[in-house]
Design a protein around this ligand. Sequence first.
Ligand code: SF4
Length: 323
Amino acid sequence: MSKYRTAKYLKSLYREYGPSKPMGMSLSDRSKPHYFLHRNFLGEQDLAILFNTKRCRYQCKFCALPFKSSSDWVSTEDILSQYLYVLQQVKHSLSVLERITIANEGSVFDVETFAPEALADIVRSTKILTRVRKLVFETRLEFIDIARLREVKKISDKQVDILTGFETHDEHIRDNILGKREPLDSFLLGLDKVADTESELTTYILFKPSPYMTDSEAMIEAENSIDYVTTQCHKRAIPVSIRLNPMYVSKQTPWAKLAESNSYKPPRLSDVLELAQEKRREGVKIYIGLTSEGLADTSGTYKGREDFSFKLLNQALQFNSKF
Ligand code: SF4
């Protein structure tokens, strides 16, 4: 055994800053973002930044993210300090970046939570990074303003990908179980705006979003949701990618309470993988969301199910690597 402890040091660094860098913490220091990572994202060099801004104005029943963020306004200067901090941290990687993901655990286009001057300044700065071809913005679709999005494309000279939660095609689950407050009609109006601006879409679909579902019902429901959203995107010529998210029990949410009282079992990763493989064979661009963002105990995730093994997890990671 080496006397220099190099491997031990590297292991602890890798755990802290590698792909499983923890993202569950809340930060009171407004000069730092919630999270950032330079990562290989499905074959692309991505810089993902979760800005620390005023919290999402929604409180969907399954989501604990807003509680992590500030209830007060976070100034343009503070947001830009967060950005500069990240740039400093990743300075040796700037020349290889191919995309930048801008998120704030809510909607970056909501002007009541993310200072628009800060966003414009960040976007403008990315023009310097000529290798970056795409900017990814996480937002609910209702906050897309066509003129503003066109301006974003113009000042950055990049392709735009809108990252948003679709979750399910089932209106009852959307409204009553998830509390999304986004009827299908308004999601479709949002898709029209995505199409108008020739943007791309990446959208989350929840696998087993109702605590009343069986495993086999979950399979059918997720497939119907994928088919629904891909059909709607194809009608509008929107390039679409699906992130299929195995539902997890996000602690202390109303959804978690409902799940506990119904002895809910999270989805089986083997089912999620099977559906994702089937859809990819049909030509859908799809990958699996394997993180619970530090918001759930292991037993409240697919890792708590009887089919789970690291071999299965590796198969899912392999699946994602061929995106
Ligand atoms: S799911 Fe999105 S819109 Fe709903 S509370 Fe969470 S961050 Fe806000």
